[in-house]
Design a binder for this molecule. Structure first.
Ligand code: ATP
Ligand code: MG
Length: 278
Protein backbone atom coordinates (compact mmCIF):
# COMPACT_ATOMS: atom_id res chain seq x y z
CA UNK A 1 0.00 0.00 0.00
CA UNK A 2 1.29 3.45 -0.89
CA UNK A 3 0.88 6.30 1.55
CA UNK A 4 -0.06 9.54 -0.19
CA UNK A 5 1.93 12.52 0.97
CA UNK A 6 0.39 15.27 -1.16
CA UNK A 7 -2.91 16.91 -0.30
CA UNK A 8 -5.10 15.55 -3.13
CA UNK A 9 -6.55 13.06 -3.82
CA UNK A 10 -7.28 11.49 -0.45
CA UNK A 11 -7.79 7.97 -1.79
CA UNK A 12 -6.87 6.31 -5.07
CA UNK A 13 -7.66 2.64 -5.58
CA UNK A 14 -7.09 0.77 -8.82
CA UNK A 15 -7.94 -2.80 -9.73
CA UNK A 16 -8.44 -3.86 -6.10
CA UNK A 17 -9.30 -7.52 -5.61
CA UNK A 18 -9.78 -9.35 -2.32
CA UNK A 19 -10.45 -13.08 -2.26
CA UNK A 20 -11.54 -15.26 0.60
CA UNK A 21 -10.63 -18.72 -0.61
CA UNK A 22 -11.96 -19.08 -4.15
CA UNK A 23 -14.43 -16.27 -3.78
CA UNK A 24 -13.56 -12.72 -4.86
CA UNK A 25 -15.46 -10.39 -2.54
CA UNK A 26 -13.92 -7.29 -4.12
CA UNK A 27 -13.33 -7.46 -7.84
CA UNK A 28 -11.07 -5.10 -9.74
CA UNK A 29 -12.53 -2.16 -7.84
CA UNK A 30 -11.56 1.44 -8.61
CA UNK A 31 -12.22 4.27 -6.17
CA UNK A 32 -11.20 7.92 -5.84
CA UNK A 33 -11.86 10.31 -2.97
CA UNK A 34 -10.85 13.94 -3.18
CA UNK A 35 -9.17 15.70 -0.27
CA UNK A 36 -11.85 16.87 2.13
CA UNK A 37 -14.62 15.03 0.28
CA UNK A 38 -17.44 13.34 2.22
CA UNK A 39 -18.45 10.12 0.48
CA UNK A 40 -21.05 7.62 1.64
CA UNK A 41 -20.88 3.97 0.66
CA UNK A 42 -24.06 1.93 0.64
CA UNK A 43 -24.94 -1.53 -0.62
CA UNK A 44 -26.53 -4.80 0.36
CA UNK A 45 -25.34 -6.71 3.35
CA UNK A 46 -22.35 -8.83 2.40
CA UNK A 47 -21.44 -6.87 -0.75
CA UNK A 48 -17.97 -6.05 0.59
CA UNK A 49 -18.24 -2.58 2.23
CA UNK A 50 -16.48 -3.46 5.49
CA UNK A 51 -13.90 -5.48 3.61
CA UNK A 52 -13.10 -2.41 1.52
CA UNK A 53 -12.90 -0.18 4.60
CA UNK A 54 -10.61 -2.58 6.41
CA UNK A 55 -8.30 -2.58 3.40
CA UNK A 56 -8.25 1.24 3.31
CA UNK A 57 -7.51 1.24 7.05
CA UNK A 58 -4.60 -1.13 6.35
CA UNK A 59 -6.14 -3.77 8.59
CA UNK A 60 -6.11 -6.24 5.69
CA UNK A 61 -3.20 -6.56 3.30
CA UNK A 62 -4.15 -9.77 1.46
CA UNK A 63 -5.02 -7.92 -1.72
CA UNK A 64 -4.07 -7.41 -5.30
CA UNK A 65 -4.26 -4.03 -7.04
CA UNK A 66 -3.08 -0.63 -5.86
CA UNK A 67 -4.35 1.32 -2.86
CA UNK A 68 -3.16 4.81 -2.00
CA UNK A 69 -4.34 6.44 1.23
CA UNK A 70 -3.08 9.29 3.40
CA UNK A 71 -0.62 8.42 6.14
CA UNK A 72 -2.87 10.10 8.69
CA UNK A 73 -6.11 8.16 8.66
CA UNK A 74 -8.46 6.93 11.35
CA UNK A 75 -11.24 4.40 11.56
CA UNK A 76 -14.37 4.07 13.71
CA UNK A 77 -16.68 1.07 13.73
CA UNK A 78 -20.27 0.39 14.73
CA UNK A 79 -19.05 -0.82 18.12
CA UNK A 80 -17.00 1.86 19.90
CA UNK A 81 -14.27 -0.66 20.81
CA UNK A 82 -13.05 1.19 23.89
CA UNK A 83 -10.59 -0.56 26.22
CA UNK A 84 -12.56 -1.17 29.44
CA UNK A 85 -9.45 -0.98 31.62
CA UNK A 86 -8.50 2.52 30.47
CA UNK A 87 -10.24 5.74 31.41
CA UNK A 88 -11.96 7.57 28.57
CA UNK A 89 -9.21 10.12 27.96
CA UNK A 90 -6.60 7.35 27.89
CA UNK A 91 -8.67 5.50 25.29
CA UNK A 92 -8.61 8.61 23.12
CA UNK A 93 -4.89 9.12 23.70
CA UNK A 94 -4.26 5.55 22.51
CA UNK A 95 -4.57 6.74 18.93
CA UNK A 96 -1.50 8.96 19.36
CA UNK A 97 2.07 7.74 19.19
CA UNK A 98 4.31 8.03 22.24
CA UNK A 99 3.34 8.88 25.80
CA UNK A 100 -0.40 9.46 26.47
CA UNK A 101 -1.04 13.09 25.54
CA UNK A 102 -3.67 14.29 27.97
CA UNK A 103 -3.99 17.75 26.45
CA UNK A 104 -4.75 16.51 22.94
CA UNK A 105 -7.10 13.80 24.21
CA UNK A 106 -8.95 16.39 26.26
CA UNK A 107 -9.23 18.72 23.24
CA UNK A 108 -10.69 15.90 21.09
CA UNK A 109 -13.16 15.02 23.84
CA UNK A 110 -14.22 18.67 24.04
CA UNK A 111 -14.94 18.62 20.30
CA UNK A 112 -17.43 15.81 20.74
CA UNK A 113 -18.94 17.34 23.90
CA UNK A 114 -17.42 14.83 26.30
CA UNK A 115 -15.02 16.93 28.38
CA UNK A 116 -16.89 15.99 31.53
CA UNK A 117 -16.48 12.24 30.86
CA UNK A 118 -12.69 12.23 30.42
CA UNK A 119 -12.00 10.59 33.78
CA UNK A 120 -14.66 7.88 33.80
CA UNK A 121 -14.38 4.23 32.80
CA UNK A 122 -15.92 3.29 29.42
CA UNK A 123 -18.54 1.04 31.05
CA UNK A 124 -20.36 4.03 32.57
CA UNK A 125 -20.82 5.74 29.19
CA UNK A 126 -24.14 5.59 27.37
CA UNK A 127 -24.13 4.12 23.85
CA UNK A 128 -24.09 7.58 22.28
CA UNK A 129 -21.33 8.80 24.59
CA UNK A 130 -19.21 5.74 23.86
CA UNK A 131 -19.64 6.33 20.15
CA UNK A 132 -18.61 9.98 20.60
CA UNK A 133 -15.54 8.84 22.53
CA UNK A 134 -14.74 6.57 19.59
CA UNK A 135 -15.08 9.57 17.25
CA UNK A 136 -12.78 11.60 19.53
CA UNK A 137 -10.21 8.79 19.28
CA UNK A 138 -10.50 8.93 15.49
CA UNK A 139 -10.21 12.72 15.47
CA UNK A 140 -7.34 13.14 17.86
CA UNK A 141 -4.76 12.34 15.19
CA UNK A 142 -6.24 15.08 12.98
CA UNK A 143 -6.54 12.57 10.14
CA UNK A 144 -6.69 13.42 6.44
CA UNK A 145 -9.05 10.47 5.98
CA UNK A 146 -11.72 9.14 8.35
CA UNK A 147 -13.17 5.71 7.66
CA UNK A 148 -16.50 5.20 9.41
CA UNK A 149 -18.17 1.78 9.29
CA UNK A 150 -21.82 2.19 10.32
CA UNK A 151 -20.79 4.31 13.30
CA UNK A 152 -24.39 5.13 14.21
CA UNK A 153 -25.89 1.73 13.51
CA UNK A 154 -26.46 0.77 17.14
CA UNK A 155 -27.87 4.12 18.31
CA UNK A 156 -31.50 5.04 18.91
CA UNK A 157 -33.11 7.49 16.48
CA UNK A 158 -32.57 10.70 18.48
CA UNK A 159 -28.99 9.88 19.50
CA UNK A 160 -28.28 8.87 15.94
CA UNK A 161 -29.53 12.17 14.53
CA UNK A 162 -27.37 14.07 17.04
CA UNK A 163 -24.34 11.95 16.17
CA UNK A 164 -24.90 12.61 12.46
CA UNK A 165 -25.07 16.33 13.16
CA UNK A 166 -21.86 16.08 15.16
CA UNK A 167 -20.03 14.29 12.35
CA UNK A 168 -21.22 16.92 9.90
CA UNK A 169 -19.93 19.72 12.14
CA UNK A 170 -16.61 17.97 12.70
CA UNK A 171 -16.22 17.48 8.98
CA UNK A 172 -17.07 21.11 8.25
CA UNK A 173 -14.48 22.18 10.83
CA UNK A 174 -11.67 19.78 9.94
CA UNK A 175 -12.34 19.14 6.26
CA UNK A 176 -10.75 15.72 6.25
CA UNK A 177 -12.00 13.25 3.65
CA UNK A 178 -14.62 10.88 5.05
CA UNK A 179 -15.76 7.51 3.74
CA UNK A 180 -18.92 6.56 5.62
CA UNK A 181 -20.42 3.10 5.28
CA UNK A 182 -24.09 3.16 6.12
CA UNK A 183 -27.27 1.19 5.53
CA UNK A 184 -29.33 4.35 5.82
CA UNK A 185 -29.99 6.06 2.49
CA UNK A 186 -31.20 9.22 4.23
CA UNK A 187 -28.10 9.40 6.36
CA UNK A 188 -26.00 9.14 3.20
CA UNK A 189 -27.96 11.94 1.52
CA UNK A 190 -27.99 14.18 4.58
CA UNK A 191 -24.24 14.08 5.00
CA UNK A 192 -22.34 13.16 1.85
CA UNK A 193 -21.12 15.00 -1.24
CA UNK A 194 -21.31 11.78 -3.16
CA UNK A 195 -22.99 8.44 -2.61
CA UNK A 196 -21.49 5.23 -3.99
CA UNK A 197 -23.52 2.06 -4.37
CA UNK A 198 -21.48 -1.11 -4.06
CA UNK A 199 -22.70 -4.33 -5.57
CA UNK A 200 -20.95 -7.67 -5.95
CA UNK A 201 -17.55 -6.28 -5.16
CA UNK A 202 -17.52 -3.19 -7.39
CA UNK A 203 -18.82 0.37 -7.24
CA UNK A 204 -21.88 -0.04 -9.43
CA UNK A 205 -23.46 3.42 -9.18
CA UNK A 206 -22.48 6.89 -8.11
CA UNK A 207 -24.62 9.92 -7.23
CA UNK A 208 -23.38 13.48 -6.68
CA UNK A 209 -25.41 15.10 -3.92
CA UNK A 210 -25.44 18.71 -5.03
CA UNK A 211 -28.00 19.80 -2.44
CA UNK A 212 -27.12 22.74 -0.19
CA UNK A 213 -26.69 22.26 3.56
CA UNK A 214 -28.71 22.10 5.73
CA UNK A 215 -30.59 19.37 3.89
CA UNK A 216 -34.15 18.37 4.62
CA UNK A 217 -35.63 14.95 4.00
CA UNK A 218 -38.89 16.59 2.90
CA UNK A 219 -37.19 18.51 0.10
CA UNK A 220 -38.25 17.48 -3.43
CA UNK A 221 -34.65 17.19 -4.64
CA UNK A 222 -33.79 15.06 -1.65
CA UNK A 223 -36.75 12.81 -2.27
CA UNK A 224 -35.83 12.36 -5.92
CA UNK A 225 -32.30 11.31 -4.97
CA UNK A 226 -33.61 8.94 -2.33
CA UNK A 227 -35.85 7.28 -4.92
CA UNK A 228 -32.93 6.96 -7.30
CA UNK A 229 -30.68 5.33 -4.71
CA UNK A 230 -33.41 2.98 -3.54
CA UNK A 231 -34.06 2.04 -7.16
CA UNK A 232 -30.40 1.16 -7.63
CA UNK A 233 -30.59 -0.93 -4.49
CA UNK A 234 -33.62 -2.75 -5.80
CA UNK A 235 -35.68 -1.41 -2.93
CA UNK A 236 -39.10 0.15 -3.06
CA UNK A 237 -40.01 2.99 -0.72
CA UNK A 238 -43.23 4.19 0.86
CA UNK A 239 -44.23 6.37 -2.08
CA UNK A 240 -43.72 3.66 -4.67
CA UNK A 241 -46.58 1.58 -6.06
CA UNK A 242 -47.20 -1.76 -4.37
CA UNK A 243 -45.29 -4.78 -5.62
CA UNK A 244 -47.07 -7.30 -7.79
CA UNK A 245 -48.58 -10.22 -5.89
CA UNK A 246 -45.96 -12.83 -5.21
CA UNK A 247 -43.06 -10.44 -5.78
CA UNK A 248 -40.37 -10.52 -3.08
CA UNK A 249 -40.66 -7.86 -0.40
CA UNK A 250 -37.43 -5.97 -0.43
CA UNK A 251 -37.58 -3.63 2.47
CA UNK A 252 -38.92 -3.20 5.93
CA UNK A 253 -39.45 0.41 6.96
CA UNK A 254 -38.35 1.43 10.41
CA UNK A 255 -41.45 3.05 11.86
CA UNK A 256 -39.61 5.27 14.31
CA UNK A 257 -39.89 8.97 13.68
CA UNK A 258 -36.69 10.87 13.65
CA UNK A 259 -35.91 14.53 14.21
CA UNK A 260 -34.69 16.53 11.24
CA UNK A 261 -31.01 17.34 11.48
CA UNK A 262 -31.26 21.04 11.04
CA UNK A 263 -34.62 22.11 12.29
CA UNK A 264 -37.83 21.12 13.90
CA UNK A 265 -38.57 17.45 14.52
CA UNK A 266 -39.98 15.74 11.47
CA UNK A 267 -42.81 13.27 11.62
CA UNK A 268 -41.90 11.68 8.33
CA UNK A 269 -41.42 7.95 8.93
CA UNK A 270 -37.84 7.45 8.15
CA UNK A 271 -34.77 5.20 8.20
CA UNK A 272 -34.79 3.84 4.71
CA UNK A 273 -32.86 0.85 5.80
CA UNK A 274 -32.99 -1.98 3.37
CA UNK A 275 -33.27 -5.60 4.21
CA UNK A 276 -33.61 -8.39 1.77
CA UNK A 277 -36.41 -10.73 2.56
CA UNK A 278 -36.14 -14.05 0.74
N1 ATP B 1 -12.29 -13.09 7.04
C1 ATP B 1 -13.22 -13.53 6.19
N2 ATP B 1 -13.20 -14.81 5.74
C2 ATP B 1 -14.12 -15.25 4.86
N3 ATP B 1 -15.10 -14.51 4.35
C3 ATP B 1 -15.17 -13.22 4.76
C4 ATP B 1 -14.24 -12.66 5.70
N4 ATP B 1 -14.55 -11.37 5.89
C5 ATP B 1 -15.63 -11.14 5.13
N5 ATP B 1 -16.00 -12.23 4.44
C6 ATP B 1 -17.13 -12.35 3.52
O1 ATP B 1 -17.04 -11.31 2.57
C7 ATP B 1 -18.33 -10.83 2.23
C8 ATP B 1 -18.36 -9.33 2.42
O2 ATP B 1 -18.28 -9.06 3.82
P1 ATP B 1 -18.35 -7.58 4.37
O3 ATP B 1 -18.23 -7.66 5.84
O4 ATP B 1 -17.37 -6.74 3.64
O5 ATP B 1 -19.82 -7.15 3.93
P2 ATP B 1 -20.60 -5.78 4.20
O6 ATP B 1 -20.96 -5.21 2.87
O7 ATP B 1 -19.82 -4.94 5.13
O8 ATP B 1 -21.93 -6.32 4.88
P3 ATP B 1 -22.82 -5.67 6.06
O9 ATP B 1 -23.62 -4.59 5.40
O10 ATP B 1 -23.67 -6.79 6.51
O11 ATP B 1 -21.89 -5.16 7.13
C9 ATP B 1 -19.30 -11.58 3.11
O12 ATP B 1 -19.90 -12.61 2.37
C10 ATP B 1 -18.44 -12.14 4.22
O13 ATP B 1 -18.96 -13.35 4.69
MG1 MG C 1 -20.12 -4.31 7.13
Amino acid sequence: MNKLTNAAPAVRVRGLTRRFGDRAVIKELDLDLGAGEFVALIGRSGCGKSTLLRILADLDQEISGSVEVPVKRAVAFQAPRLMPWKRVWRNVALALPGRPDRRRAQAALAEVGLSHRAEVWPKVLSGGEAQRASLARALVREPDLMLLDEPFGALDALTRAKAQQLVKELWQRHRCAILLVTHDVEEALLLADRVLVMDEGVIRHELSVDLPHPRAVEDAGFNAMRGRLLGWLGVRHAGAPPAAAGAPRHWLPDSRNRPALDGAPSLVPSFWRFHHVP
